[in-house]
Design a protein. Structure first.
Length: 165
C-alpha cells in the first residue's frame, strides 16, 4: 500500500460515525479509535497512516464551524461525482424509452436518446454522415424525412461503393 491515498476518504467513514452524529459521539469515536491505533504495535506503519487519517478527519469535524464547512464541501463533492458519473443526454428526458428505431430515437453513441428530428435541428451534418454509415442505415428513411427528401443523398454524393442515381 502506498504512503498516501489517491482518493481522500470521507471523514465520517474514517471516524466510523453517521453524518448526523452528535458532537460528543464524534469526540468519543476519535478517542476510542486513537487508543486502538496507538496501541497497534505490530503494524506500526499502517497504524501511523490510520492515525494520521483519523487526525485529519477529526480536525474536519471537531468544531461546529469546521463540521459545517466540511459538510458543504462533502455535498459539493457528491454532486460533482454524481454529475460526472451521469452521461449527458440533453433530450433523453423528452425521448421515448427503448431502442425502437421506429420511434426515431438514436440508441447509441454521443447522441443516444436524441430523436432524428432533434438531431436534424442540432447537427444535420452528423445525420448526413449517419445516413451513409453502416450503423445508421436503419435510420436512413427517418433521416431523409427530417432533412428533406433526398438531401442526405445529394449532400453525400456518390462516394465509394455507391452508384450514382
Amino acid at each position: 500500500m502506498s504512503s498516501h491515498m489517491a482518493i481522500e476518504r470521507d471523514a465520517y467513514e474514517v471516524m466510523q460515525v453517521h453524518p448526523g452524529a452528535h458532537p460528543l459521539v464524534v469526540e468519543a469515536a476519535y478517542r476510542v479509535l486513537a487508543s486502538i491505533y496507538q496501541s497497534d504495535g505490530d503494524e506500526a506503519s499502517a497504524s501511523q497512516q490510520r492515525m494520521a487519517e483519523l487526525d485529519d478527519a477529526y480536525a474536519s469535524l471537531r468544531t461546529a464551524e469546521r463540521r459545517a464547512l466540511y459538510d458543504q464541501q462533502r455535498i459539493r463533492r457528491e454532486v460533482m461525482e454524481a454529475a460526472l458519473a451521469t452521461p449527458y443526454h440533453p433530450f433523453a428526458a423528452q425521448s421515448p424509452a427503448g431502442g425502437d428505431t421506429g420511434s426515431g430515437v438514436v440508441d447509441f453513441g454521443r447522441y443516444q436518446g436524441w430523436t432524428i428530428v432533434q438531431l436534424a435541428q442540432h447537427d444535420p451534418d452528423y445525420l448526413r454522415w449517419l445516413s451513409r454509415h453502416s450503423s445508421g442505415i436503419r435510420y436512413r428513411r427517418q433521416i431523409e424525412a427530417a432533412l428533406g427528401k433526398g438531401s442526405s443523398a445529394n449532400a453525400a454524393g456518390p462516394g465509394p461503393g455507391r452508384r450514382g442515381e
